[in-house]
Design a protein around this ligand. Sequence first.
Ligand SMILES: [Zn+2]
Length: 150
Amino acid sequence: MIPNIHNPLSCKICDIHKSLFDGNILIQNQVRKDLGNLEKEEIQFFHATDHWVLREAEPEKSCKGYLYLEPRKHSESFTDISSEAYKEMGVLIEQGMHWIEQNFHPKKIYTLTISEAVPHIHFHLVPRYKQDVKGLDYLKLALGSLLGKS
Ligand SMILES: [Zn+2]
């Protein structure tokens, strides 16, 4: 079992991670789809390693397969990420991409990091399914939870 890396800072991402680990529902290197009653409505997929959490975005995003990749340690700069964490990151991006592709078959998967609204650094893996809106215009809708409203 992965130890809980509790962070005392007020941070949305740290709070989500804490709730996942406190709920005893993260199992190292194992993908689970059934999360019991905790967070079941909010998170359908996640995967945890020593350094990262890969998890599905909230349903409000209205984008099936949308994933976040977040360091478990509260970090506001990419220079705070350890070499070990960077080594794990590539594997997790690979796993996330394959999970999205195999389950949802999007036309394209975008990858980006901004970390302005929530300073805890994180990556977005954002599938695109339609051809009408692409690139930055699509990402503004996806990140702004506006896809279901367009
Ligand atoms: Zn944090």
